[in-house]
Design a protein around this ligand. Structure first.
Ligand SMILES: [Zn+2]
Length: 249
């Protein structure tokens, strides 16, 4: 441990299911192309002696975010693929839970009470459902090959419990589960957190806003990130600016 450390880059979820154009279940157009910009900022930061943190989703197969763990639900990405607006099939809402309309599939590894508590914890009392993705101990959960993951100093895993789907890389744990992201950042006396990786209006913004909330200076490095939906991204960028997060082009 040293008190000389001042900056950290957090590389958010740059995994095969997101960035691999051949096999990613949540791959969106051109997400593999930001690898070069991620590496660039990682090398530059590393050269100056600061640290690289990476988060990965490592979901159990019975995870709460998978459409396959519900009866009559469909991954939101299926709607995107058809260029259609998402429908109630693509979300779980508190109203549906309260009216007894939600059915959990047999392979699910969470209870209706846990589902209710999770959806209640969400800002809009609802959450999207996704295709199975980043299942622990599979190729799809590994880093995408073009990211130079040898440079990572500390790995954070998120979403490893079946009953929640955290978007932010904060509050989650090192692989040995001994420390949280926040512990690490405090250990290294970090003042500036730079956010790169996927995706802008989901995990990147959640990570950036949490970092700000914990009192760090936060930079969102736009060229080393990518989005799902361009209009939601404009909103996300505005929200980050309102929260005094510096957007670096
Ligand atoms: Zn996930």
């Amino acid at each position: 441990m040293t008190n000389k450390m001042k900056e950290a880059v957090i590389v958010v979820d740059y995994q095969n299911d997101f960035a691999n154009p051949e096999t990613g279940s949540l791959y969106v157009n051109s997400w593999e192309k930001i690898a070069e910009s991620i590496n660039e900022i990682v090398y530059e930061t590393k050269k100056r002696g600061w640290i690289i943190i990476s988060s990965r989703e490592l979901h159990p197969a019975g995870h709460i975010s998978f459409a396959s763990n519900f009866i009559w639900k469909e991954p939101i990405t299926d709607a995107f693929a058809r260029w259609e607006a998402p429908t109630e099939k693509n979300f779980i809402t508190l109203d549906e839970i309260n009216s007894g309309k939600i059915q959990i599939a047999p392979k699910a590894d969470f209870t209706m009470e846990e589902l209710k508590a999770y959806i209640e914890s969400q800002e809009n009392k609802m959450d999207a459902v996704w295709p199975d993705h980043c299942v622990e101990n599979t190729f799809w959960a590994e880093f995408y090959k073009d990211f130079d993951s040898k440079m990572v100093d500390i790995e954070i895993k998120k979403g490893f419990e079946s009953n929640s789907h955290p978007y932010s890389a904060f509050g989650w744990k090192t692989l040995d589960e001994k420390k949280t992201t926040l512990d690490i950042i405090k250990d290294y006396w970090i003042k500036i957190v730079k956010v790169v990786g996927l995706a802008t209006e989901y995990c990147d913004i959640a990570t950036a806003i949490d970092a700000k909330k914990y009192g760090f200076e936060v930079e969102f490095i736009k060229k080393a990130t990518a989005w799902v939906d361009p209009s939601a991204t404009i909103e996300a960028l505005n929200k980050m600016r309102e929260n005094w997060i510096k957007i670096v082009e």
